[in-house]
Structure formats: C-alpha cells, structure tokens
Design a protein. Structure first.
Lengths: 320, 168
C-alpha cells in the first residue's frame, strides 16, 4: 500500500508543479503580449507597476479578483456560471499528457495526440454556452461565429497532424519526439506545419481569426456580459490554449525537448515561447479576416491542401 | 475500484440521458447530451478502449454536438418558449418503449441466469490504435465499407435537399 500512496503523492506533486508553472506562464503571457505589441507599435507597454511593469499581471489579477461579479437579470444563471469553468478546465487538463522532458510528464498515454485534440475540442462549449446564456445580441453573434469557425478549422487541424503522425508511426507524444532525434518533422512536413499554424491560430481565436470577439463589431463578442473572475477565466483559457498549441507545435514539428547543451525543459520552453511570439507578432501585423473569407479559406484552400499533403506523404512513405 | 467507477459513470450516463429527454429548454437538452457522451467515453476508458474513448469525445461531444448547438442558434428558439413534448406519437412511442424495455429485461435476465461463461477472446488486444486499425481493415473491412457507402449516401442526400432550397 505505501508504494501506491507514494505514486499518488508523486503524481499530485507533478500536477501541482505543472499547474503552477502553467498558471504563472499564462499570467505573464498577458504582460509579454502587451510589451511586445507595445514595442512593435513604438510604445513602451506597461511601465508603472514594478520595474518595467513586471508586476502588472499581479495588479491585473488583484483588480479582476475584487471586481463586482455581475450576472445579467435575463441570463440563464446556471449556464452563465458554468461557461467560464467549461472553457478553462479543458485548457488545463490537456497538459496532462504533454512531455516537457524525456522523463517529465504527468501521465503517459499511447493516444496522446488524440487526447489533446479531443479535450481541446470541448473548449468551444464554454464559448457557445457563454454566448447563449448571456441573452445578449453581441454575445450570441460572437458564439455563433465561434461555433462555425471552430468546427471548420478543427477538421484540418486534425488533418494537418496526420502527415507527421504517419512519419512517426505513433500517436504517443514521447515516441513522436524520439522519432525526430535526427531531423525535425518541420523539415519533412513544411506544408503540414503551415496548415497547423493557420488552424491553431483559428482554434485559439487569435488575430487574424478573432471574429468571435471582434471588438470593433461585437463589443467583446461572447464575453461581453462577463466581469470579474468569470471574465478572467475566459482570458486564462485563451492563453492556456495558446501554450497548448505551442506545445503541440514543439512536440510534433520542432523536436520537443531535444536540443544541445541546455536541459530539455528549457528547450521545450524556448520552442513554445518562439511559437507564442509568432502569434503575438501576427496580432501586431495582420488585419482581421472577413467572415466569408474565413470560410472560403478553410474549406476551399486549406482543406484540399491538407488532403494533398496526406496523399503525398503516403506516396513517399510507400515508395521509400 | 473498477466496479465503483463503472457504476458511477453508468449512473451518470443514464441520469444525464434522462435529463436530455425531460428538460424543456432545448439548449439544456443539448448540453446534457454532451455530458451523456462524456460518461460513455469514460466507460470506454474503463474497458481499455482509449482510442474509442478519444474518438467518442472528439467526434460526438466535440464535433457533432457543436453542430447541434449551431443549429439551435440558427433556428433561434426564444428562451421563454418551451419545446413541445409530444407530436402525436405518444401511443407509438409507448409501444416501442415497452418493446425495448422487454428486450433489455430479456438480455439482463439472460446475463444473470446463465452460468458465468469464459469471456469471448477479444478481437483487438488493448486499446491500441494500430491493432484497431488492422482489425478494421482486414477482418471488418466489409462492414466498414458498407458504413462508408451509407455515410456517402447520407451526405449526397443532404446536399440534394439543401440545393433544392437554394434553387427555389
């Protein structure tokens, strides 16, 4: 019995470490985003709280925590209450299978990739529930766009991963990283990587695919009626999802924890951060797509390319 | 430990399935259906069919039910309006329900009264994706192809029906 107890304690400690690290990274991503965009636009970004605004995320957290929590009188109370939770929980439980280093992961699943895809496909319910329960036109329009966008782009997010999975011959994240010990999959699968990049941006509702929360048209989209901690939950979920897709890109295309000199965890972190920097850069650069452009691009451009990529990869593997 | 989890998930699945058909707010029904799929996926995990569980969540809870909620948004039923419960099918539904109940009772009775037989050898060992794929494309190729043709027919049917609306 003591060994079982010990195992449980080890797992709990691992969960606490990962959860704490992710929460900290997520909090400081908001700071990074404001700082990077600020400098890209020739501004300073946050400067007042702490040295170069380093304590800004903590001040923001305290502010959101002490704000009044408003529930609109016409809202569906239960669904309104559950929506932020439903969007945050999948974003965090996806971390359970991510291998941060060869021997550091919470659990080892032989269907790791499918697990992440399945769990992250549930996050959209948070958005749908929020829009529906708010009983507000802007929120409903935001959710409506989000639902359409998510199920279009989820399909070829999955399809773009098939290429690298065919080369790795496994759905196990650790085995996928091991398969890249010589050459990273981004070299074999550049098309798949670009598809993944576009699909991941759309999945996380980032510019240029941020139609569900387009502030110039929809006030704030699906979270228009939310305030205080409930709003913070949506915000955290968005950033946690960004880290997840960054981690997926790192594991599936960029060789995961592998790299010279530095320990694996550091390499993993650097790769994820590079991916997130790209997201922020995109936000500072690109305008928002129009709705019909989004759908056109999804179904008539990306989808055929994804299929062709799978056929091509299959042919090459068959011939070699 | 395993029987405890099985009964937990099974009870969850049955209760949320009952809520699907008894709630009168259509959005609540859809959300409870998502919950039902989730509990079924959990039972798959208990049966060592992780691949099926992941696909269950990915396809049913993740994709199909999002489509359902999308349709609910599209038809826009005002929140105050409750859905009608019956569409003049009460007697038919009752008859079918009784029939189905008898079938379930018969199976349960058979399972309880029969002497414990050794479990049939599993076709697929473990929840491994690879062995699942091999079984699907060799031993079960014919049913697999039949299902593909059925889905294709359904897809063409949907397009034809939608196109009729556009042409009009």
């Amino acid at each position: 019995m003591p060994t079982v107890l010990l195992e449980i304690i080890v797992v709990l400690v691992k969960i606490a470490v990962v959860f704490g690290a992710v929460a900290l990274v997520v909090a400081y991503l908001t700071y990074l985003e404001r700082k990077v965009i600020g400098h890209m636009q020739h501004r300073m970004g946050p400067m007042r709280v702490g040295w170069h605004g380093l304590l800004q995320p903590i001040a923001d957290g305290l502010k959101l925590f002490t704000k009044e929590d408003i529930i609109p009188s016409q809202a569906d109370r239960w669904v309104f209450f559950l929506a932020p939770v439903v969007s945050l929980v999948p974003a965090f439980i996806a971390y359970a299978v991510i291998p941060f280093d060869r021997n550091f992961y919470i659990t080892h699943l032989n269907i790791g990739v499918l697990y992440i895809l399945a769990v992250s496909s549930l996050g959209v319910y948070g958005i749908v529930m929020a829009g529906w329960a708010s009983n507000s036109k802007y929120a409903i329009l935001g959710s409506f766009r989000s639902a359409a966008q998510m199920f279009s782009y989820e399909i070829f997010l999955g399809f773009s991963l098939i290429g690298p999975l065919m080369i790795a011959g496994s759905l196990d994240l650790v085995k996928i990283v091991d398969a890249q010990s010589k050459v990273w999959f981004i070299v074999y699968q550049p098309v798949a990587f670009l598809l993944f990049l576009v699909a991941a941006t759309a999945e996380t509702n980032r510019v240029p695919f941020d139609l569900p929360e387009a502030e110039t048209e929809l006030v704030a989209g699906f979270h228009t009626e939310y305030s205080g901690m409930k709003f913070a939950f949506f915000f955290m979920a968005e950033y946690a999802n960004m880290v997840i897709v960054g981690a997926m890109a790192s594991v599936l295309f960029l060789g995961g924890w592998s790299g010279p000199v530095l320990p694996g965890v550091i390499w993993f972190f650097l790769k994820v951060m590079a991916f997130i920097f790209l997201f922020i850069w995109l936000r500072a650069t690109l305008p928002r797509l129009r709705y019909d452009q989004l759908m056109y691009m999804g179904w008539k451009v990306m989808f055929p390319i994804a299929i062709l990529n799978i056929v091509g990869t299959g042919l090459v593997i068959y011939l070699l | 430990m395993e029987p405890f989890f099985f009964f937990l998930f099974a009870a969850g699945a049955v209760i949320s399935a009952l809520l699907v058909i008894s709630r009168r707010n259509i959005m609540h029904c859809a959300l409870f259906l998502v919950l039902t799929f989730f509990f079924v996926a959990a039972i798959f995990v208990l049966l060592n069919a992780e691949f099926l569980a992941a696909v269950q969540v990915l396809v049913y809870a993740g994709a199909i039910m999002v489509l359902f909620t999308f349709v609910i948004f599209l038809v826009h039923i005002p929140r105050t309006e409750k859905i009608r419960r019956t569409f003049g099918q009460k007697n038919l539904a009752l008859a079918l329900g009784v029939f189905l109940g008898l079938e379930v009772a018969y199976i349960v009775y058979g399972a309880i009264s029969a002497p414990a037989s050794p479990a049939a050898a599993p076709v697929v060992q473990g929840g491994n994706t690879e062995s699942f794929g091999v079984a699907l494309f060799t031993r079960f190729l014919f049913p697999f192809e039949i299902v593909s043709v059925l889905l294709l027919a359904a897809m063409i049917g949907a397009i034809v029906l939608a196109k009729k609306e556009i042409d009009r």
